[in-house]
Design a protein. Sequence first.
Length: 85
Amino acid sequence: QGPAIIELPVVCFDALLPNQRLTGSTTDSTFCNLLRSLGLGGTFIMTSLNNRQRKIRRFGVVARIELVDVDGDDDDNNEIRYSPT
């Protein structure tokens, strides 16, 4: 049996260290849709931008969504708070 291949979405937001927690909020509709589609307990890769090379860093951490609170009555005004770890 060969190595397992896992496909996860990549978010270029901020560098995280293993076991570090990040709490934030967003009204960006694309990011809100990603968090909704992954759902509570969903995972994605969190990495950052190498400003000198103007490229996404090749290394990141697997982040797990711990909390998603949705505010607002319509899709245009939703705010999602997330706590990946």
